[in-house]
Design a protein around this ligand. Structure first.
Ligand code: NAD
Ligand code: MN
Length: 375
């Protein structure tokens, strides 16, 4: 029997609550489909930081590197741990450490989920955002400087107001040719594999960011040229944000640099019914484990009450099973989620119901096991 070693990092807030349901579904399926998941839990995150002074131990990547996949809940305790520490210590450390460059976020609304648009048919929406996740504006380079610091000697004269400032912050975005190429190749491959429109839309903004975004555009044109079977178009990210709302049914695969993709995918989470429905995968090229995590954060406003919607995490588990090479299991989880949400009998408060996280998880686990057993 195939055995998968899954590292589970629940994290903070609702993170452990939702990953527990992911685990429940994995366990329900494993018995039926003939694979096993050996789950190892790691108690890392902000709570760990408050006790140990770091969010995960120094050898964390070595410990995780032996696993086939990582399932992560969410990290963050905004009242107790500074935000700039919270995200970098685990999520970004793992994304960067394992070179998880492709953040893949499908947007396919579920029947029965809340839908915010009056003039669009949710059934017509089926697209994927492929977000570059290791470079761009999130590399963390730059610094905060006094205006007389040598690091800003060439910058300080660029605007009058820079020179009058007590302090300057430089946040450097880095875009590499190879980094742009691999994410775009992934996007075009996905467009070829999907049963969709065979369209890749590039999110860009070369008019305002003339260095990074012209490199991005040049590589996009090259990769598009290598995939003549796929239609390619670009859109400035601001106009694209409007299209996400007014004509989301016109999208198929959207490839976006890190920052733009991050923002666009919280916007697209609204098309799914909220953050409780938005799954996400951080994929590598296979050398290191990929990481699967819902788009949402630790939701401190509802943490500890057992009312978080586990749907995002369950769909994330489906993405993980697909990536592990268990497509039947992935389809069973997705079908189970669709069935439970469409039936509308078990609904968490964000869906207007009063079901708990565990009730929703149990309903999906039972449905998934039944669907998988029926083949
Ligand atoms: P958030 O995603 O935690 O919450 C935003 C809103 O969505 C809240 O009202 C919350 O209740 C709701 N929500 C989120 N997930 C839900 C679910 N599963 N079911 C029902 N409602 C849900 O974003 P935030 O409030 O901006 O951030 C909270 C903390 O999480 C911060 O510390 C932030 O840095 C962190 N964060 C972590 C990650 C990550 O670990 N990858 C991602 C985003 C935010
Ligand atoms: Mn985000």
């Amino acid at each position: 029997m195939t055995r998968y070693r899954i590292a589970v990092i629940g994290g903070d807030g609702i993170g452990p609550e939702v990953v527990a349901e992911g685990q429940r579904v994995l366990e329900a399926l494993a018995g039926v489909l003939g694979f096993e998941c050996e789950i190892e839990r790691f108690p890392w995150g902000c709570a760990y930081y408050l006790e140990h002074g770091q969010q995960m131990p120094t050898d964390a990547l070595d410990l995780l590197g032996h696993h086939d996949a990582i399932l992560l809940g969410a990290i963050g305790m905004p009242d107790l741990v500074p935000e700039e520490i919270a995200l970098r210590g685990v999520v970004l450390a793992i994304r960067f450490g394992f070179d998880q460059y492709a953040n893949v976020r499908p947007v396919k609304p579920l029947r029965g989920a809340p839908f915010p648009l009056a003039n669009v048919d949710p059934a017509a929406i089926d697209f994927v955002v492929v977000r570059e996740a290791t470079e761009g504006m999130y590399v963390g380079l730059g610094g905060r400087y006094s205006p007389d610091a040598p690091q800003v000697a060439e910058i300080v004269g660029v605007r009058d107001v820079f020179g009058r400032s007590r302090e300057l912050a430089v946040q450097t975005g880095v875009y590499s040719e190879a980094g742009c190429r691999r994410i775009m190749e992934r996007a075009f491959r996905l467009a070829e594999e999907r049963d969709g429109r065979r369209l890749v839309t590039s999110a860009t903004k070369a008019n305002a960011m003339p260095h990074g975004m012209t490199l991005w555009n040049d590589v996009f044109d090259e990769v598009a040229g290598e995939h003549p079977d796929v239609e390619a178009e670009w859109a400035n990210v601001d106009a694209l944000a409007m299209r996400f709302v007014l004509r989301p049914q016109s999208l198929d695969v959207v490839v976006a640099p890190n920052l733009f993709g991050d923002i666009l995918t919280d916007l697209s989470a609204a098309l799914l019914g909220g953050l409780g429905f938005a799954p996400s995968a951080n994929l590598t090229d296979g050398h290191w484990p990929s990481m699967f995590e819902p788009c949402h954060g630790s939701a401190p406003d509802i943490a500890g009450r057992g009312i978080a919607n586990p749907t995002a995490t369950l769909l994330t588990v489906a993405q993980m099973l697909e990536d592990l090479g268990e497509p039947a299991a992935a389809r069973a989880v997705e079908a189970a989620v669709r069935e439970v949400v469409a039936a509308g009998e078990v609904r968490t408060p964000d869906m207007g119901g009063s079901a708990s996280t565990a009730e929703m998880g149990r309903a999906v686990a039972e449905a998934a096991a039944r669907i998988a057993a029926a083949g």
